[in-house]
Ligand binder design. Structure first.
Ligand code: HEM
Length: 474
């Protein structure tokens, strides 16, 4: 028999002053009295559900709620559970010491992020979060937004009417430049910053590797694995050079790296170079890929929905009158903001995440889950539940008009609870400014051809696609 998950029914807000993406209230589904635990059908001998999970990850995961609320999978040698019901996701994310960072996705991600904020165990999380939170205070956003606005303007300055661009690549370049400058504004001190290529290789490598049910395959000396290891080493070298240059100069550049260098815990201890390195890589990778993917998906959705696009143009022309968007414009751009919210519903970049049952057996939704088990939760799965989001396939930014606070555990593009994204406001600010400034001047029309599909990996990003740029008449 199910008992209501412990906790007060709400997620703690650990964002401390970050301005959130809109948080809509959605129709509340009646809470079942008993949550159903089941094993997904279709397991193959030895491989279990791994082939279906790897070949068609999105369809496979989105189909799981039809089988139960807590669904057991066999992924090669690994047993995993997927929390399909919002109440169970809420319990999973609220009890962050019972369900710690780890499991299928994060054990592999640790290889790259080290013990940075996103991968560190619960035992060290509070200390890290308190040290890093000042970098994400609300007062810092206008400064970051000013850097972003410059980078957005710089990225689109060379665009020409009729030019064809690779949209995801262009959005990656833009967000890498903006994120890198917010992190280390004075990077010219450390010489040129060739982060772009290394970041791209590392990001793709991580996304692919974390979804590999047979981790041994990641160690085979293929050219791809070599490239990935080299890019990781290059990225580490770049951040080490930056840390050394900043330490030597001793100047406060009012950026994230300066904050990390100045951070002190209650005992007056600072972060070691190794810890700062892990945080830099975490912020670069966690912040840039997610925002780039959001932007790329937004262009595909706007291209496919001319009526929303026209209303967006009206909003932008009225508010901005042809100039680039600034931080202070955001409250006057509600439709642009809702477009970002709805894009994140349909295509949450961090679409699947994992936890591990940390210390002894646990009880999830009334069912025993063994110590060490991987529990997965998927914002994509939740956002594609018809009982939570009526007309779930429709790109409808106005669904967020009337409802302003979601039922906990339903809309989770930034996760929830103590491990909720620390950079949510940075990411949504950057996406909103970029859409506003770019759509003020340009329409992006994807070249017809194959449908635009997401890559297969832990990050839901579109496969490369091209679009023609058309300058908007003024
Ligand atoms: C649209 C943009 C973004 C999306 C969709 C996104 C998504 C997420 C999600 C889902 C989590 C929770 C992971 C979990 O439950 O295991 C997370 C955590 C995190 N994100 Fe983001 N993120 C975005 C932007 C950013 C930015 C811009 C930064 C930094 C500059 C950032 C840094 C982090 C960090 C450090 C964590 C770990 C927080 C903790 O455990 O305390 N993210 N993000």
């Amino acid at each position: 028999m199910f008992t209501q998950p412990p906790g007060d029914g709400r997620f703690a807000d650990h964002g401390q002053g970050s301005c959130r993406s809109p948080t809509p209230t959605l129709k509340v589904t009646p809470v079942p009295t008993q949550y159903i635990l089941t094993t997904a059908p279709g397991a193959l001998p030895l491989l279990g559900h791994a082939p279906a999970f790897v070949r068609r990850p999105y369809e496979f995961v989105a189909g799981l709620p039809a089988h139960g609320d807590l669904v057991r999978l066999r992924l090669g040698p690994l047993d995993a559970y997927v929390a399909c019901h919002p109440d169970l996701v809420r319990q999973l994310l609220t009890e962050h010491r019972v369900y710690d960072k780890g499991g299928l996705i994060f054990d592999r991600a640790r290889e790259v992020f080290g013990d940075g904020l996103i991968t560190c165990p619960a035992s060290d999380h509070r200390r890290q979060r308190r040290l890093l939170q000042p970098a994400f205070h609300r007062e810092r956003l206008p400064g970051y937004a000013a850097i972003m606005a410059e980078e957005i303007a710089g990225a689109i300055a060379p665009w020409r009417n009729g030019q064809v661009i690779d949209v995801p690549a262009a959005m990656h370049r833009l967000t890498i430049a903006a994120t890198a400058r917010c992190l280390f504004a004075a990077h010219e001190q450390a010489g040129s910053l060739p982060v772009h290529d290394s970041m791209n290789i590392v990001i793709k490598g991580v996304a692919r590797r974390v979804m590999m049910p047979l981790p041994g395959l990641n160690r085979i000396p293929t050219p791809g694995n070599h490239r990935y290891q080299r890019a990781r080493a290059d990225l580490a070298e770049i951040t080490r050079r930056l840390i050394a240059a900043y330490r030597a100069a001793g100047t406060d550049h009012h950026d994230l790296l300066s904050i990390l260098l100045a951070a002190r815990d209650d005992d007056g201890r600072g972060l070691s170079d190794e810890e700062i390195h892990d945080q830099m890589v975490t912020f670069l990778l966690a912040g840039m890929e997610t925002t780039a993917a959001t932007l790329s998906w937004a262009w595909t959705l706007l291209a496919a929905h001319p009526s929303v696009r026209e209303r967006l143009h009206t909003e932008l022309d009225t508010v901005l009158d042809g100039r680039p968007a600034r931080h202070e414009d955001l409250p006057a751009l509600p439709l642009t903001t809702r477009i970002v919210t709805e894009t994140l519903r349909l295509y949450p970049p961090a679409w699947i995440l994992s936890r591990v049952v940390a210390d002894g057996d646990a009880e999830l939704g009334g069912h025993r889950v063994p110590a060490g088990a991987t529990i997965l939760y998927s914002p994509y799965l939740l956002h594609r539940r018809a009982d939570l989001f009526p007309a779930l396939d429709r790109f409808d930014p106005d669904r967020w008009l009337t409802n302003s606070r979601p039922t906990p555990g339903t809309y989770t593009p930034f996760g929830a609870g103590a491990r909720r994204c620390i950079g949510d406001a940075v990411g949504t600010t950057e996406a909103t400014l970029a859409i506003a400034t770019i759509a003020t001047h340009w329409s992006l029309t994807p070249i017809p051809g194959r449908p635009i599909r997401p890559t297969r990996g832990s990050s839901m990003t579109p496969r490369p696609f091209t679009a023609t740029l058309t300058r908007r008449p003024r």
